[in-house]
Design a protein around this ligand. Structure first.
Ligand SMILES: *[C@@H]1O[C@H](CO)[C@@H](O)[C@H](O)[C@H]1NC(C)=O
Ligand SMILES: *[C@@H]1O[C@H](CO)[C@@H](O)[C@H](O)[C@H]1NC(C)=O
Ligand SMILES: *[C@@H]1O[C@H](CO)[C@@H](O)[C@H](O)[C@H]1NC(C)=O
Ligand SMILES: *[C@@H]1O[C@H](CO)[C@@H](O)[C@H](O)[C@H]1NC(C)=O
Ligand SMILES: *[C@@H]1O[C@H](CO)[C@@H](O)[C@H](O)[C@H]1NC(C)=O
Ligand SMILES: *[C@@H]1O[C@H](CO)[C@@H](O)[C@H](O)[C@H]1NC(C)=O
Ligand SMILES: *[C@@H]1O[C@H](CO)[C@@H](O)[C@H](O)[C@H]1NC(C)=O
Ligand SMILES: *[C@@H]1O[C@H](CO)[C@@H](O)[C@H](O)[C@H]1NC(C)=O
Ligand SMILES: *[C@@H]1O[C@H](CO)[C@@H](O)[C@H](O)[C@H]1NC(C)=O
Ligand SMILES: *[C@@H]1O[C@H](CO)[C@@H](O)[C@H](O)[C@H]1NC(C)=O
Length: 593
């Protein structure tokens, strides 16, 4: 995958000819061309349709540094609409690039669309994925790594290498078949397996794993320390991650450095990302298993839902054999898992993206301006269809994206009436959005009244996970909040029959999604948006729509034909042409300098 880094001015000079220039501060650009298409792969030994990025499954990684401008030209070669989303990337003042239906019109098949955004004041490990139509269940995801600037030290010695692990539960049916199952009111059933980097399990047991499956093997050198960036890109099953005989030293999660702690195994929920340092301190008498197994399920019926990769020392004396390292044996008791989650805290003295310490924002001393209690419930039937709800509302995406509707005076595209409490309302579908106050400091309590483990994600922000506990949340639970070094992140788990409270400082204008990250619940409507607008907006707190903004819904007539790819040029052809043009222009510019 080619990627070019240039200063903005040079970039603008060169690229104005190719596509309209977007002016951000003078920070370098990274440019990617992503062609999204179907390919056939057999991750679990059975050929199936998966979604690839530039023919790769999983997709290539985006490698950027704090404050870079990122441009990703996305070519939709699927047979349905597409949007890529970048959870955790805060898109400051710029929800136009968010890649969700509440903010963007979809990219139709055979069209291309260029995302342009700055990764302002951020570091950390994230991933991107297609946000529509359950497509993530077929792939289309890839890692998004944000490096620190060289002037800012990381709070641990530079690792000897980076190892990316995309883990997730997986079905051999594609996203369309899975969607049809959900639409018919049926459960997806037990997943067919767990993939690690798009590959099936190593055959650790010939009864449980068929032969001929390609597995992931990670080459390492003895004595070295690697940074494992582990991302849960799956559908709805929580996973326990562990490496046989090796400690996982937790150092970072979703853009913030943690207090460093060793774990033998770690629970990772749908949509979450973690970095662990792992030192190759074993004697390599054999290879070692890397395991991601289904959590909080009946071990005997879910035995096949286990991902197994291989850690291969360069001096290894043979293959891994014998049983996998034990999973935690507390399937029916969430205490250990919840305590592990509570122990993930922020290292307040470490610098993150900026030179000042991460703990310099004293969130625990700020007065909460509004509390939202968002309750999820088991599935309900609304007008004959299965739906998932938050506070009794099952969200329906507006036909015209929210801010686009505002700016073009489209009335009635959505309602600004999402309730701040469940109020026992009769479940119904609606386009209700939260009216949140710019510069407010809010408390959002996720109350999981469902029987399954859930994760919730908030776009546009990093939030403080102040507390979690069993039963119903009440105001007196605030006494148990961590007001000092709570971790700041973008995706948190909410245990069944439990609550999780987060605190958010509303300094980023736009419309930002709050959703269940579990794909089945999200697909069935468990989401809403927060609309945050500066009442004194003067063009400085929110960016204007980009010049390539897509129109749809009530504004469909404003959309001109997307000339660039309606003919369907191939990725390679376009890229080569782009390269030639670029080189020509670069030469031209150099001559005139
Ligand atoms: C990512 O980018 C950084 C900075 O440009 C570079 O040092 C690093 O080698 C890149 N990583 C990979 C794996 O390409
Ligand atoms: C589609 O790709 C072409 C070629 O790179 C580019 O010039 C154009 O701006 C892209 N279209 C959009 C809407 O981003
Ligand atoms: C393989 O798994 C099956 C099913 O759990 C188990 O009965 C058997 O003992 C395992 N075989 C080995 C060699 O561990
Ligand atoms: C983690 O475990 C390693 C041994 O694998 C040890 O050297 C290190 O001191 C431990 N770190 C912490 C923070 O406990
Ligand atoms: C290597 O480590 C394993 C597990 O700790 C141990 O059983 C074995 O005896 C060791 N082998 C050698 C050659 O030190
Ligand atoms: C787990 O599933 C097996 C097989 O269906 C069943 O026999 C067993 O009772 C279940 N265990 C629990 C604790 O539900
Ligand atoms: C399993 O549970 C028992 C009793 O709670 C405990 O003593 C044991 O250490 C646990 N084993 C593992 C592998 O967690
Ligand atoms: C916190 O970060 C500092 C760097 O500022 C580092 O020296 C220290 O070891 C870290 N502490 C823990 C407990 O991770
Ligand atoms: C939204 O909240 C603002 C105050 O933050 C208020 O002025 C406005 O009337 C509210 N809008 C609606 C539709 O409730
Ligand atoms: C859901 O809420 C009801 C009523 O408050 C309560 O009786 C029930 O135990 C809750 N269920 C879960 C799983 O939290």
């Amino acid at each position: 995958m080619a990627s070019i880094s240039l200063t903005t001015s040079l970039f603008c000079l060169i690229f104005t000819a190719i596509f309209p220039c977007f002016t951000f501060a003078g920070d370098p650009y990274v440019f990617y061309d992503f062609r999204i298409s179907y390919i056939t792969a057999s991750p679990l030994g059975i050929p199936q349709q998966v979604i690839a990025v530039n023919e790769k499954f999983p997709g290539p990684f985006i490698n950027a540094t704090t404050n870079n401008n990122v441009a990703v030209n996305v070519w939709n070669h699927l047979d349905e609409d597409l949007l890529l989303t970048w959870p955790g990337i805060q898109m400051r003042r710029n929800s136009w690039q968010d890649g969700l239906l509440g903010n963007n019109c979809p990219i139709p098949p055979k069209w291309n669309w260029t995302y342009q955004f700055q990764v302002k004041d951020q570091i950390g490990s994230f991933f991107y994925f297609p946000s529509l139509n359950f497509q993530r269940a077929s792939g289309g995801f890839g890692p998004f790594i944000l490096n620190n600037r060289e002037v800012i030290p990381i709070p641990f010695p530079q690792p000897d290498g980076d190892i990316i692990m995309l883990i997730g539960d997986w079905y051999t049916q594609n996203h369309k078949a899975l969607r049809a199952t959900l639409d018919a009111g049926k459960d997806l059933g037990i997943p067919d397996g767990v993939l690690i980097n798009g590959k099936g399990p190593y055959q650790y047991n010939s009864t449980l794993v068929r032969s001929g499956i390609e597995y992931e093997s990670v080459p390492v050198d003895p004595g070295k320390t690697y940074r494992f960036r582990v991302h849960h890109v799956g559908i709805s099953t929580s996973l326990n991650f562990r490496i046989q005989n090796h400690n996982l030293l937790l150092v970072e999660t979703e853009g913030h450095y943690t207090v460093q702690q060793n774990f033998t195994d770690f629970d990772i929920h749908v949509g979450q990302s973690y970095s662990f340092l792992v030192t190759m301190d074993q004697n390599a008498s054999s290879d070692y298993y890397i395991v991601a197994s289904a959590r909080f399920v009946n071990g005997s019926t879910w035995e096949r839902v286990t991902g197994v990769a291989i850690l291969h020392y360069s001096n290894s004396k043979g293959p891994a054999t014998g049983p996998l390292p034990d999973p935690p044996n507390d399937t029916y008791d969430k205490d250990r898992s919840m305590n592990q989650a509570r122990s993930v805290r922020q290292n307040v003295t470490a610098s993150g993206a900026r030179p000042n310490p991460q703990g310099s924002f004293h969130y625990g001393q700020i007065t909460v301006t509004q509390t939202y209690l968002l309750e999820s419930a088991p599935l309900v039937t609304i007008n004959g269809s299965p739906r998932a709800t938050l506070n009794g509302i099952s969200f329906v995406n507006p036909d015209t994206p929210i801010r686009l509707a505002d700016q073009n005076n489209v009335k009635g595209a959505y309602k600004l009436d999402f309730p701040d409490r469940p109020f026992n309302r009769r479940p119904h579908t609606d386009r209700s959005v939260l009216n949140a106050t710019y510069k407010g400091f809010i408390e959002v309590v996720f109350q999981n009244n469902d029987t399954t483990m859930q994760s919730f994600h908030v776009n546009g922000y990093s939030f403080f996970v102040a507390g979690m506990g069993y039963g119903d949340w009440s105001e007196d639970k605030r006494g148990s909040y961590n007001k000092w070094d709570a971790i700041s992140r973008c995706t948190t788990q909410v245990y069944p029959g439990s609550w999780t409270a987060i605190l958010i400082s509303l300094d980023n204008v736009g419309t930002w999604n709050i959703r269940a990250e579990n794909l089945d619940r999200w697909y069935l409507g468990q989401e809403t948006y927060m609309k945050i607008i500066n009442p004194e907006e003067n063009g400085e707190t929110e960016m204007a729509p980009p010049s390539n903004v897509l129109y749809c819904g009530a504004l469909r007539s404003l959309q001109t034909q997307n000339r660039h790819s309606s003919g369907g040029p191939t990725f390679t052809g376009t890229w080569r042409f782009g390269n030639i043009l670029l080189m020509a222009l670069l030469g031209f510019i150099l001559i005139f300098y």
